[in-house]
Design a protein around this ligand. Structure first.
Ligand code: HH2
Length: 264
């Protein structure tokens, strides 16, 4: 899944794709580089960010979606109104970082349209989520949350086999919390739905490397995280640098294929 942020303030590419034509060109390039879908978002959820209105979000994403006929699109939104319009314009997936908590009505929109849904874990809200996140056991709490949100979506009529789950790397988590979730990813995979990981360019990558001030994490660190997550059972990856992640995943999968062959 390639990232297309149509925002002035996203942490790594804010402002680059506010022009609809530039965003659409970027989206098509990500597909050419191997993305199976592009995640188009009109609201930044970086730590400290303020939420925007549905009107603002629509003003940003609508002209981009209008230019993306034929491109498989996921709409990164928590708002029913934005999702409804994006689906009308062809979006095949709704990626909700609040897991249907911000607007529970979004569940009905997804159910009626029969599109895919990604449910992500976040502790708190973007404005304050990194202030002092605490868990007694981050992995079991995230797993229990995702299980409950999956049950909510299914209850609202979303077929379970259209839902993927995401532990929400960097959303109300310390560096240690992120590392623990990645190290024990099998416990999220055990919930039985495909797991999506978004670690690309995230700040915690730089923190591990001693870069305390950098706003975005380095590419190589993101690629390593993606490959390890793949080996721990994740199957969807939300990334900014599609070619590099795709190449790394192709190699990991080729090695895995050989490892799985019976030895004579
Ligand atoms: N991360 C971001 C946004 N949406 N969706 C899912 N499912 N998983 C993620 O990890 C995830 C997400 C944040 O990254 P980005 O879009 O690059 O930045 P911003 O929120 O500043 O626009």
């Amino acid at each position: 899944m390639g990232v297309v942020n149509v925002t002035p303030d996203s942490f790594s590419d804010g402002g680059l794709f506010l022009d609809p034509a530039a965003a659409a060109t970027h989206a098509r390039r990500l597909i050419e580089e191997g993305a199976l879908l592009v995640d188009v978002g009109g609201e930044s959820t970086r730590p400290g960010s303020e939420s925007v209105s549905a009107r603002t979000e629509l003003r940003r994403v609508e002209p981009v979606l209008e230019q993306l006929g034929g491109v498989p699109v996921s709409i990164d939104t928590s708002k029913a109104e934005v999702a409804r319009r994006a689906i009308e314009l062809g979006a095949v997936m709704v990626n909700d970082v609040t897991a249907l908590r911000a607007e529970p009505d979004l569940a009905g929109v997804v159910a009626d349209a029969g599109v895919y849904l990604c449910l992500m874990h976040m502790l708190g809200e973007p404005r304050t989520m990194q202030d002092d996140p605490r868990y007694s056991d981050v992995v079991s709490e995230v797993a229990a949350f995702l299980e409950e949100r999956l049950a909510f979506a299914v209850e609202a009529g979303v077929p379970e086999d259209l839902v993927c789950l995401d532990p929400g790397i960097g959303f109300g988590k310390t560096v240690e919390h992120n590392l623990e979730l990645l190290a024990r990813l099998d416990e999220i995979v055990a919930l039985g739905r495909p797991v999506l990981i978004g670690a690309s360019r995230k700040r915690f990558l730089g923190r591990v490397l001693g870069e305390t001030e950098a706003l975005a994490g380095p590419l190589a660190a993101g690629v390593a995280t993606t490959v390890l997550a793949y080996q721990h059972g994740a199957s969807l990856f939300r990334v900014h640098d599609v070619r590099e992640h795709g190449e790394a995943l192709d190699i990991a999968s080729a090695i895995e294929g050989v490892a799985a062959r019976p030895r004579s």
